[in-house]
Design a protein around this ligand. Structure first.
Ligand code: ATP
Length: 384
């Protein structure tokens, strides 16, 4: 297993700049997940590492060796595709051993490698079947097995679970985690699914419009997103955002107003937030964005903003309940529900119904603050 270094990587498709100065260093044995919305460039980056796309500039090094301009087969990588890409006329055994056969390995070596991979993936019983006789999950295991038999220095996965149903997807997430631990392999995994990124990655790279937004461990990105885009991308339901305005500031403490946040007395309290030590203090009147995760709303009276509204939608998840709250003219913006309801996650069963009056509180110690895009304050403890 090897390190992977991506240095100043650029990719143009004609006039279109698909990857812009990408720099990522991947440790040996890391499980790195590339995540981002459709079209952000994650597949292009993975395909550039695999050698299936040429690069316009920069370097890709595996174990210190510059592989950016050598043939795909000689790079020491193996790729697993979303659509499995199995040869239909070959058995599972032949599919899994194919690359070793092309490399003119002796039959005994091929048989041993196929057997070992089949045992790891628990598909020994399928070895003599053709792909058409397999379920989607079994096909995906064969595609992974084909990568394992090549003993690559780096495994590349391009959305390998997106064709599977929800139950199989969560099972395969666990299996891929186990496989990674067992092989100790360097893996790069592309997905647009934030749950896969959060649960499987040792580190996540969030891409947007061909650029790296932020790199970090799942909890680093969840707890301390550097930008609003990252804050909104990781977490389900996503973070609630409120457009606010600076009323005044004293030292590192800013007091915020939000339009339509009136408790009835005609004078809503401000939300007083302590900024990060290196943040620039926004001027009075400046627009800012307050972020609060669905699980971070407080109950009962106390400091901060009280949101009074009605329950618009209830989702009972068994142990947990998700409430979508309609707060009248005060709207969450850029929210999961088009109507701008606030998403509230409660870790209990609730007997709530559409139209019930509800009140939740935004405690200033539990919020994120953005000066539009950049984060300037985070919660004291995100899991508080
Ligand atoms: P998705 O999740 O939808 O697969 P992605 O993040 O993997 O998206 P890419 O497939 O890497 O996105 O594409 C990045 C951008 O490059 C897109 O805007 C896409 O239209 C463009 N692109 C990809 N391949 C080509 C090509 N061969 N020619 C021109 N533009 C391309």
């Amino acid at each position: 297993m090897a390190t992977l270094d991506i240095r100043n990587l650029d990719k143009h498709y004609g006039a279109f700049h698909a990857l812009r100065d990408i720099n990522v260093g991947i440790e040996s044995g890391e499980f790195l997940v590339l995540v981002g919305p459709s079209g952000c460039g994650k597949s292009t980056l993975l395909r550039a590492i695999a050698g299936l796309e040429s690069v316009s500039g920069g370097q890709i090094l595996i174990g210190g060796r510059d592989i950016s301009r050598i043939e795909p087969f000689d790079r020491g990588v193996a790729m697993v595709f979303q659509n499995y890409a199995l040869y239909p006329h070959m058995t599972v055994r032949q599919n899994m051993g194919f690359a070793l056969k092309v490399a003119r390995q002796p039959k005994a070596v091929i048989d041993a490698a196929v057997q070992r991979a089949a045992e790891i993936l628990r598909i020994e019983a399928q070895l003599d079947k053709k792909p058409k006789a397999l379920s989607g999950g079994q096909k995906q295991r064969v595609a992974i097995g084909r990568a394992i038999t090549r003993s690559p220095e780096v495994f590349l996965f391009d959305e390998p679970l997106s064709n599977l149903d929800a139950a199989l997807r969560s099972q395969m997430r666990i299996e891929l985690g186990r496989l990674h631990a067992q092989l100790g392999a360097t893996m790069v995994y592309v997905t647009h699914d934030q749950t896969e990124a959060m649960t499987m990655a040792s580190r996540i790279v969030v891409l947007r419009d061909g650029e790296v937004e932020q790199i970090g461990s799942p909890l680093e990105l969840y707890n301390r997103p550097a930008r609003r885009f990252v804050a909104g991308f990781l977490g389900s339901p996503r973070m609630n955002f409120i457009q606010a305005r600076v009323r005044s500031s004293t030292g590192r403490i800013v007091s915020l107003d939000a339009p339509h946040l009136d408790t009835g007395a005609g004078n809503a309290p401000s939300l007083d937030i302590t900024l990060a030590p290196d943040a620039a203090v926004p001027a009075p009147g400046a627009p800012v964005v307050v972020g609060i995760r669905p699980e971070a709303f407080a109950d009962g009276a106390g400091v901060g903003w009280q949101l009074n509204g009605t329950v618009a939608v209830v989702e009972s998840l068994g142990r947990d309940t998700l409430l979508y709250i309609d707060t009248g003219p005060l709207r969450a913006f850029d929210s999961e529900s088009l109507e701008g309801y606030f998403a509230v996650h409660r870790t209990r069963q609730m007997d709530a119904r559409h139209g019930d009056a509800v009140s939740v509180r935004i405690d200033p110690r539990h919020v994120y603050l953005f000066d539009d895009e950049r984060a300037i304050a985070w919660p004291e403890r995100a899991d508080d």
